[in-house]
Design a protein around this ligand. Structure first.
Ligand SMILES: [Fe+2]
Length: 293
């Protein structure tokens, strides 16, 4: 698991949290700003790349198939002390909505999802929108990106997965509704809430390079520049399927979150929990399954 203990910048420091019956990995704490000093406490989870339709894998047979591994995350959340139980979970793409749909009624934590490249067809994107209509059809029109404010914190869900399962991220596509996401995101970051959280599937290429598995060159450059200029507190991405990586984009703390289904180099599966309070935001990882080497 990732126990990254490098210095993370002026607002971050390392903290280790207690075990939960599953493994809790290293976390980070983002100290509160003065303007957020009346913050009501709450928690939220971030779950990436559940790949619900995937069969069990030989190296982790006992963990079950994709949907079982996702349901285990919610079971772990159910067992948390009441003070830590999340108000909702962010689901950061590559969901396989057809396989999730039959199990949604058994999940007792509200979900806010964004699409991944596995929701790259009109059919799968349409099904994802239909499963979470409050977010994707909130104003009566279909939209793949949205925001909501919870206890004073603005959550901004972006869609950077376009048509056809493309692994390179983009903010404009025939599949992403409506056009105008970039202007909308600029407006969202300028909203008055003191604390903001951004979540999306495909992470930016910090060096602005032209490579696979990250936002496209020009999207990356625009995104990084905007975040540096108008930083949210936290950003969460999925897609990469490796041990969770923590890094900064300017003053903002970003995470590329491990998959709860499978990861390269047999990295354990798991998800993240963020606890918001007057003192700031504390994040930690919860490992839900080890994988045989
Ligand atoms: Fe992906």
């Amino acid at each position: 698991m990732d126990t990254n203990d490098r210095t993370l910048g002026r607002r971050q420091f390392l903290s280790i949290t207690a075990g939960l019956g599953v493994t809790a990995a290293a976390g980070h704490c983002i100290a509160a700003t003065d303007s957020a000093s009346t913050q009501e406490s709450f928690s939220f989870a971030v779950i990436a790349d559940p790949h619900c339709a995937e069969k069990s894998r030989p190296e982790s047979e006992s963990l079950g198939d994709g949907v079982q591994k996702l349901l285990r995350c919610f079971e772990v959340l159910r067992r948390l002390p009441a003070s830590e139980r999340p108000d909702f979970a962010l689901l950061a793409g590559d969901i396989h909505p057809d396989a999730l749909a039959p199990h949604l009624d058994s999940i007792d934590v509200p979900i806010h999802a964004v699409a991944g490249n596995h929701e790259g067809s009109a059919e799968s994107r349409g099904l994802l929108r239909s499963l979470f209509p409050e977010d994707f059809q909130g104003d009566g029109k279909e939209r793949d990106y949205y925001s909501f404010v919870h206890k004073g914190v603005r959550f901004i869900g972006l869609c950077d997965a376009g048509m056809g399962g493309e692994h390179v991220g983009q903010f404009s596509s025939e599949l992403i509704r409506p056009f105008g996401q970039c202007e909308w995101f600029e407006q969202e970051l300028a909203m008055p809430e003191a604390r903001k959280v951004v979540f999306a599937h495909i992470p930016p290429a910090l060096d602005g390079g032209d490579r696979n598995m990250f936002m496209a060159r020009n999207d990356s450059r625009w995104f990084v520049e905007l975040v540096e200029k108008s930083p949210p507190d936290l950003l969460f991405f999925g897609h990469l399927h490796h041990a969770t990586e923590a890094y900064q984009i300017g003053a903002a703390q970003a995470f590329n979150v491990r998959s709860c289904c499978w990861n390269f180099q047999n990295a354990p599966v798991g998800f993240m929990l963020a606890q918001v309070s007057e003192d700031g935001v504390q994040t930690r990882e919860i490992i839900t399954g080890e994988v045989n080497a």
